[in-house]
Design a protein around this ligand. Structure first.
Ligand SMILES: NC(=O)c1ccc[n+]([C@@H]2O[C@H](COP(=O)([O-])OP(=O)(O)OC[C@H]3O[C@@H](n4cnc5c(N)ncnc54)[C@H](O)[C@@H]3O)[C@@H](O)[C@H]2O)c1
Length: 257
């Protein structure tokens, strides 16, 4: 039996991942705003610090797998909270829980990014360097400058930055003996997607976002990839981004990989 920590465990992809691991006989510590083993708000520095402390206490200081699913989409207001949860809610849990992962068995972490992480590549991501520097004032300025596109910049920019943050850690985590990867879903049938579809600014674009495999993913399909990346058949996979998007990335960027 392994000990798995999952953020965003109360809904959507996180809930499907928690169910999959629990059904396989593993122990899961779920983190979420509510309906979780650890209830905390990952949008605030205090909430993130409290989460790390609570997880360390509940786990006894050793974790086998960390899965970071908690996230907010473009329609959420205020847009700075999208960035806080999607970027700092992942990066600070990664860094805060690395020592516990080092004490785990075949340890690894998986961060749920998005196929949107490629829509604002690092060279054009106005949030990238400010986030890496932890410069909140520059992040706020970049969001303000984005005007009516601030929701999109917050989402795609934070997802790009979190994928880069994972890839930047590949040497340190490799030396620490902990594998670290991202999953980049396309459209997945979850409450987050439904809320986006209902949004008057983003709904039409999301509805028209049709993959070469012309349907949306089920949360269980993303959970299956997460379980594979955490499992015994993925022990040399490190620093990779796995697209589970029905072909959207290949459609949008056939020459970049
Ligand atoms: N659904 C999609 O189409 C899709 C596509 C690409 C990427 N993703 C990503 O997958 C991840 C999971 O999304 P989902 O679709 O399952 O959404 P969801 O809304 O069903 O689940 C997200 C969970 O994150 C939690 N969360 C949000 N803010 C939080 C906070 N401040 N503190 C703690 N927990 C918080 C929510 O309470 C919720 O339980 C997200 O990171 C999302 O960006 C989703």
């Amino acid at each position: 039996m392994s000990l798995i920590v999952i953020s965003g465990a109360a809904s959507g992809i996180g809930a499907a991942t928690a169910k999959r691991f629990r059904d396989a006989g593993h122990q899961v510590i779920g983190v979420d705003l509510r309906n979780a083993d650890v209830c905390a708000d990952l949008s605030s520095p205090q909430g993130r610090a409290d989460t790390v402390a609570a997880v360390l206490e509940r786990s006894g200081g050793a974790i086998d797998t960390l899965v970071l699913c908690a996230g907010l989409a473009s329609h959420f207001k205020p847009v700075s909270t999208i960035v806080a949860v999607n970027y700092f809610g992942a990066v600070e849990l990664l860094d805060g829980l690395l020592p516990a992962l080092q004490k785990g068995h075949s340890p690894s972490a998986v961060v749920v990014s998005s196929v949107a992480s490629t829509q604002l590549p690092w060279s054009r991501n106005p949030l990238g360097e400010p986030l890496e520097a932890g410069d909140a004032a520059r992040v706020e300025a970049a969001l303000a400058a984005a005007g009516e596109h601030a929701g999109h910049v917050a989402y795609a920019g934070s997802k790009n930055a979190v994928t880069v943050a994972v890839r930047r850690r590949v040497v340190a985590w490799g030396q620490a003996g902990v594998r670290l990867n991202t999953v980049a879903p396309g459209a997945v049938e979850t409450p987050l997607l439904q809320a986006g579809l209902a949004d008057e600014r983003y709904g039409k674009a999301i509805a028209e976002f049709v993959a070469p495999i012309p349907r949306r993913a089920r949360p269980e399909e993303i959970a299956a990839t997460i379980a594979f990346l955490a499992g015994p058949d993925a022990q040399f996979i490190h620093g990779a981004q796995f697209y589970v998007d029905g072909g959207i990335d290949a459609l949008a960027r056939p020459t970049q990989f």
